[in-house]
Each structure stands twice: as structure tokens, then as C-alpha cells.
Design a protein around this ligand. Structure first.
Ligand code: IMP
Ligand code: MG
Length: 207
């Protein structure tokens, strides 16, 4: 009985992450999230992307490198949709801090565990915005002599691009809006939402 009640509660909790999310805390009360891409659409597109990647590399071992922390949900779902030989690693860079504007400065905060020399690397990123992060990472990775590098991003905001970089696999091209959910955060919050939504900060705070 207790188990059933707990299960029921956890189901209710997961359903409570509804498409329109409003935080209860007072200073966050002005924030709201409007769904842009539903969880179903995200999952369908990821399955297609996995096939696109495998079509390009039908037999090769692929080394997926996720950029922490935003890409974690995307990477795990993508990896589970992929057949064949797959290995994973993670790297972390600092970008936005607690604001919605980029500083333009990219810093490596956690390096890979293993060498990428001779490997076919798929860099997995949550979103391609100004492109500064990806430009930096590609420079770092190219020096390490991988067999080849491809880039997969869930979201692409081409309007904001400053660096001359592009992704080989793009989930969704989106307009110039600040989005959260499915790994993407605002001040470390909202990553756990299953949908991707546009964050609005309300009247008080400006982006
Ligand atoms: P870029 O260097 O400007 O391309 O930014 C890349 C990083 O900035 C992403 O990996 C995200 O972590 C973050 N970012 C860019 N746009 C958004 C957004 O709309 N919401 C949340 N994070 C974002
Ligand atoms: Mg990121």
C-alpha cells in the first residue's frame, strides 16, 4: 500500500512539471516559462538525430563528448538511441554564470578523462548561441588529434552567432529567446523540466 502511495505521489510530482512553470519562491515569483518545444517533439527529433549520425558513420566507434552541464539530458537520450559502439566523456566550460548574457569569455573548468587521439568525436552541446564556447572547444580538441570531429546540438540560435562555427547535426533552430529546460538553466534552475521553454523574468529584472 505504502509503495503504491509513494509511486502515485512520484507520478503526480512528475506530472506537476507542467508546461507552464511558475516558481513559488517570492523573489522568483515574477518568472515564468512558456513551452517552446514539447518533450514528445524533443524525443522524436533526438531519435532522428541518432539515425542521421549513424547513417554518416554506420560502423565506426563513436566517442560522445558532452559539454557539462547543459548537454547531460540530451547526451543520455541521444546515446540510448544510438546503435553500435559508443563511448562517453564530459568536459566543462564556464560561460554564463548566473545571468542570461554571455561574458564572451570561455574557460575550461573540467577536462576530459581520456585521450581523444584517433577517435571519431561527436561534441554534444545543448545550444549553439554566440558560438564562442564551441569555437574554443573545437580549437582545444583539434590540437589533440582526433580522427575527426562532428558537432551535435539540440538547439541552434543562429541570430546570435558571433563566432564562425556551425553544427553538423541540429535538433531545432529557434528564435533569439532565452530558453530553459531539458538541461538548460537560468542560474542553475529549470534544468529538470522535460520541455524546452522560453523564460520570462517578469517586470523587475531585465535580461
Ligand atoms: P555560446 O558560447 O554563446 O554559443 O553559448 C553556449 C552556452 O551558453 C550554452 O552551452 C549554454 O550553456 C548557454 N546558453 C546560450 N543560450 C542559452 C539559453 O537560451 N538558455 C540557457 N543557456 C544558454
Ligand atoms: Mg552549455
Amino acid at each position: 500500500m505504502r509503495r503504491a502511495a509513494l509511486l502515485c505521489r512520484s507520478l503526480e510530482n512528475s506530472m506537476a512539471k507542467s508546461t507552464r512553470y511558475k516558481p513559488k519562491s517570492k523573489n522568483k515569483a515574477q518568472e515564468s516559462v512558456r513551452t517552446l518545444i514539447s518533450r514528445e517533439k524533443i524525443q522524436r527529433r533526438i531519435a532522428e538525430m541518432a539515425q542521421e549520425i549513424r547513417r554518416d558513420f554506420p560502423t565506426e566507434a563513436l566517442h560522445l563528448v558532452g559539454v557539462l552541464k547543459g548537454s547531460v539530458f540530451f547526451l543520455t537520450d541521444l546515446a540510448r538511441q544510438m546503435s553500435g559502439d559508443i563511448s562517453l566523456d564530459f568536459i566543462a566550460v564556464s560561460s554564463y554564470g548566473n545571468r542570461t548574457e554571455t561574458s564572451g569569455e570561455v574557460k575550461l573548468t573540467r577536462d576530459l578523462d581520456s585521450s581523444i587521439e584517433g577517435k571519431t568525436v561527436i561534441v554534444v552541446e545543448d545550444i549553439l548561441d554566440t558560438g564562442m564556447t564551441l569555437q574554443y572547444l573545437l580549437r582545444v580538441f583539434e590540437q589533440r588529434k582526433p580522427r575527426r570531429i562532428r558537432v551535435a546540438v539540440l538547439l541552434d540560435k543562429p541570430e546570435r552567432r558571433l563566432a564562425k562555427v556551425r553544427a553538423d547535426y541540429v535538433g531545432f533552430t529557434i528564435p533569439n529567446e532565452f530558453v530553459v529546460g531539458y538541461g538548460l538553466d537560468y542560474a542553475e534552475r529549470y534544468r529538470n523540466l522535460s520541455d524546452v521553454g522560453v523564460l520570462s523574468l517578469g517586470k523587475k529584472e531585465k535580461r
